[in-house]
Design a protein around this ligand. Structure first.
Ligand SMILES: Nc1ncnc2c1ncn2[C@@H]1O[C@H](COP(=O)(O)OP(=O)(O)OP(=O)(O)O)[C@@H](O)[C@H]1O
Length: 581
């Protein structure tokens, strides 16, 4: 409970920049509620003092007053709604930004452990729920509570017994709707989740359509889709059943209450204890209260869920590191590009130890190929230099400084990491290259593209550097994607370049071209290339062979070729493949 309260306080804290609008909105809701509560009393007066006594002037006067109050109520309602929704939207805008910034600050391990769908749902569904809570639910809560209090007050002044009937009805209707909300919400959650599952099955089967058709797997995929579709159908039917029962139960209770009121009220009128106007006022109160009571039930049933949504967002925000750098972080002004691993051990969050005491020194300007069997830990070496993860034990130094002590921004400028499958955003080529330097001059971009030997290709495109690539844009081949990624990396003029399997997805001809060009591209840089393709050995000074998280061989390509170890074996099997053995 106390934690719910502190979540609520923290959530309301997001309204601080729009306090005035929010509070004005709430005050107007109270006015609106007051206006609603006096209308039945005005009806009573109109009936008792005007209609029953056939006093035309009185009846007219009250009709006009009722009209005036209704207009005022409409104006309050409109303004309150506008102010509250606006302030809620502002608050949620800030909250969404905080969550997004926090997601960006999280380290890679966080993304290894968290489903991306979950994060997307936090940013979209949870914030949506909070917006509804801050605007609609709070508004309805204040409106309903105040209206109930005022109505009961006016009713109690007219008739004790009818007020008791109204009071019991209010309690029952709120309870019905609270239960309804509690029962139907989890089913709606399932519906939402299942809709997501259906979307992902559909997306996967559309993106993988070529593979599906090639393997004649249409039936299998249709079967899978049909299963998921059936689940969605069942959840929707469950929701409909509960809605049919609980949604109508309130009307049944209301009908019973009004019947009882007509009976006791009629009796009271006959006995001279109640006026016709008073009975009309009671019945009007019951009708006026109906929707607010239902909303109140939903609000009560929803508070916990909205706070849970808020706490999920707060958790993402709070668990992100405030700053990635320690306070004594340093900057390397003129990097030389020397890299050193000192007894580096690394275990992934899954518990798998993939580096087991790596000692390796790479000199400034040196080009090194790290090769070895799949899963031997090659790519992990690059990810540790890029500081996506921190060593479990040992140290990695750049220019003799522990990389944990180097300011992240500085490290990102010194070290460029080009992943195996570089991500190309659905934007222009210029924006894709300038990702890490959005305000780069076009000349710098062209220079980087020329070094990456992709400028000539870009020049042939209809809109040159302004051509949109990716989905619905120009499709790039594997080699072109690699070169765009290289240009992206080169734009920052890094001293160290880490290439993760740059030729793995390329055909033999494109591979040969890229390997040739890499010689130029990597000039003046320290470069580590991870690959099983030994064609890259031609352009490096040294080869490091890894197996099971250890370095098992190290030396110049010529030395290792003669040594008769794992590298020679790999070379031999590569030649065998070429000769078609
Ligand atoms: N993010 C991760 N979380 C958990 N385990 C991982 C992660 N990335 C890699 N691994 C595991 O660590 C081991 C080493 O992976 P790594 O990618 O470094 O190998 P590699 O030698 O580059 O392999 P390949 O040549 O197949 O790319 C593998 O067994 C892999 O399953």
């Amino acid at each position: 409970m106390s934690s719910s309260l502190s979540q609520l306080r923290r959530l309301l804290g997001y309204l601080r920049n729009h306090k005035l609008e929010f509070l004005t909105g709430i005050i107007l809701v109270v006015f609106m509620s007051y206006a609603s509560s006096v209308i039945p009393i005005l009806i009573k007066e109109a009936i008792d003092k005007g209609i029953s006594t056939k006093n035309y002037e009185f009846a007219l006067r009250y009709s006009l007053i009722i009209l005036g109050v209704a207009v005022l109520q409409g104006a309050f309602s409109f303004t309150a709604r506008y102010l509250l929704v606006k302030s809620a939207q502002h608050a949620v805008y800030d909250l969404r930004m905080d969550a997004f910034r926090a997601i960006q600050r999280h380290n890679i391990e966080f993304f290894d452990k968290t489903y991306s769908g979950q994060l997307i749902s936090r940013i979209t569904n949870d914030t949506e729920r909070i917006t509804r809570f801050l605007s609609f639910r709070i508004r309805m809560f204040v409106y309903s509570m105040f209206l109930i209090a005022m109505s009961l007050y006016y009713m109690s002044r007219m008739s004790g017994i009818l007020s008791a009937v109204a009071f019991v009805t209010i309690i029952i209707v709120v309870l019905i709707n609270t239960t309804y909300a509690k029962k139907v919400r989890p089913i709606y959650d399932k519906v939402r989740h299942q809709t997501g599952v259906i979307a992902s099955v559909a997306t996967a089967s559309i993106s993988g359509i070529k593979t599906i058709k090639a393997l004649a797997a249409e039936r299998f995929i249709q079967g899978k889709f049909s299963n998921e579709n059936e689940k969605l159908y069942k959840f929707n039917i469950d929701a409909t059943r509960i809605t049919a029962i609980y949604g109508n139960a309130s009307f049944l209770v209301l009908g019973l209450a009004m019947g009882t009121m007509v009976y006791y009220g009629g009796k009271g009128i006959i006995e001279g204890l109640l006026t016709v106007g008073e009975l009309a006022a009671f019945l009007t109160y019951m009708l006026t209260l109906m929707w607010p009571l239902r909303a109140l039930g939903f609000t009560i049933g929803d508070i916990q869920r909205s706070l849970a949504a808020a706490s999920r967002l707060f958790e993402i925000i709070d668990s992100a590191p405030k700053s990635i750098d320690p306070p004594d972080a340093v900057e390397i002004k003129n990097p030389k590009g020397k890299i050193e691993f000192k007894d580096v051990w690394f275990t992934y969050h899954t518990g798998k130890t993939v580096l087991k005491g790596i000692n390796l020194t790479i000199n400034s300007g040196e080009k090194v190929l790290i090769t070895g069997p799949p899963g031997s830990g090659k790519s992990t070496i690059l990810k540790l230099i890029a500081r996506f993860y921190e060593p479990t034990k040992g140290q990695i130094l750049i220019d003799d400084i522990d990389i944990r002590k180097i300011k992240t921004e500085n490290l990102r400028k010194i070290v460029a990491y080009v992943p195996q499958e570089p991500f190309i955003f659905n934007r222009t080529i210029r924006e894709n290259i300038a990702l890490a330097k959005p305000h780069a001059e076009i000349n710098e971009i062209i220079k980087a593209a020329k070094i990456a030997k992709i400028h000539d290709f870009i020049s042939t495109l209809p809109n040159g550097y302004e051509t949109i690539v990716g989905e619905k844009g120009v499709t790039l081949s594997g080699g072109q994607r690699q070169r765009i990624a290289l240009a992206r990396a080169l734009l920052l003029e890094p001293k160290i370049i880490l290439l993760d399997d740059p030729v793995s997805n390329l055909d033999a001809k494109t591979e040969k071209e890229l390997v040739e060009d890499l010689k130029d591209i990597l000039k003046d840089k320290t470069a580590i290339i991870v690959s099983q393709r030994l064609s890259l050995a031609k352009i490096v000074d040294r080869v490091v062979v890894m197996k099971d998280g250890n370095i098992v061989e190290e030396g110049s390509p010529e030395e290792l070729a003669k040594k008769g170890g794992l590298f020679s074996e790999m070379l031999a099997s590569m030649k065998g493949e070429k000769n078609g053995e």
